[in-house]
Design a protein around this ligand. Sequence first.
Ligand SMILES: Cc1ncc(COP(=O)(O)O)c(C=O)c1O
Length: 407
Amino acid sequence: MKTSIINNAASASPVKPMVNMGQGFFGYNPPEFLLDAAKNALNRVDANQYSPSKGRMSLRKAIAQHYSGPLERPLNPETEVTISTGANEGILSAFMAFVEDGDEVIVFEPFFDQYISNIEMAGGKVRYVPLIPPPNGNKETSCAGDWLINMDALMQAFSPNTRMLVLNSPHNPIGKVFTEQELGAIAELCVQHNTIIIADDVYDSLTYVSSKRMATISPAIWDLTLTVGSVGKTFYATGWRVGFLIGPSHLIQYVSAAHMRICYSSPSPLQEACAAGYIIAAQNGFWEKSKKSLIGKIERFCTVFDELGLPYSSPQGGYFVLANFSKVQIPDGYEFPAKVACRPRDFKMAWFLIMELGVAAIPPSEFYLEENWHVADDYLRFAVCKEDQILEDAKERLRGLKKYIKS
Ligand SMILES: Cc1ncc(COP(=O)(O)O)c(C=O)c1O
């Protein structure tokens, strides 16, 4: 993967230790109640053995309970919820379940890179639909919601071979939460073309604007939609690899069957811990605290861009911030190794930040096809799910950009 160049740069940088704002892993532990639940589960004989492929009933029940509100219907934990080994494996299971050789899957660009290989592994062909950046994004701070769907491209992307569509909201890397109107427009086309929707909602617990779920748009859309979640994102435990899909039983049964072939079942003690986690979180205000904490981190971190006069795209959800570096001038003649020199500007900027300031960020061209690398190459993606001190360290280092900023 291309980001490995960035990771290698981080170890080669003269500035140590690196302040890593790149990958979206948490810089702090899951809540104490989740860790305690995991320790308790490890002491249980049954919780150390195989789980059913569909997942442990305790977790399926907890998820059914938690999501019946947002999905506006009672959920049957037996038939409408299935557990996966992280959201990524759940999404792969869905592609394996429904995509046949030559089928097409519509994906919005920029995209979470794992979708692509997962679709291609199932024999599918990806049809890309651009999200258009805000036109003044390099001049002024904008809202992540200002990235808009190219509706003409979306309409043209559908063909008789369209089998599935993937929609990620809140979106990685943009932080956009799709509006009800946007969901409605996508939904209409999917119903017309009988297209199964993967609503990748892995950042749903960190949604900062009012929003609606794709699965609730209409009864016809419920019948076509698989809502995907990640307990790793929700409880700051990305390494636990617990995810899930919710949807009508006629879709969920095939996802469970594919998941059974791929990995049989998911880790039992962590499923038990997550089940307890949902129940406790409903009682101790964790959901509100979690949102407040991440909003606080976004605000804390973005002050440095306000100070520097660098515009950014203010997220409506999740924990990524896209900052616009068009005003930052890399000195003429700055030497890049050949593997970086051939990359777009964002990649060079990421390299420059690592080498000169010791701050790692992700170049968004990683989320684009090569022919579209230029679309967002003024931006860099920063993950703010880090300790406040790390955010302060990153800010202090980023202040070193002042001398490179054109007025
Ligand atoms: C948009 C999106 N979907 C899915 C995933 C995968 O989640 P998990 O870690 O639960 O597999 C990620 C992780 O970064 C993501 O950003």
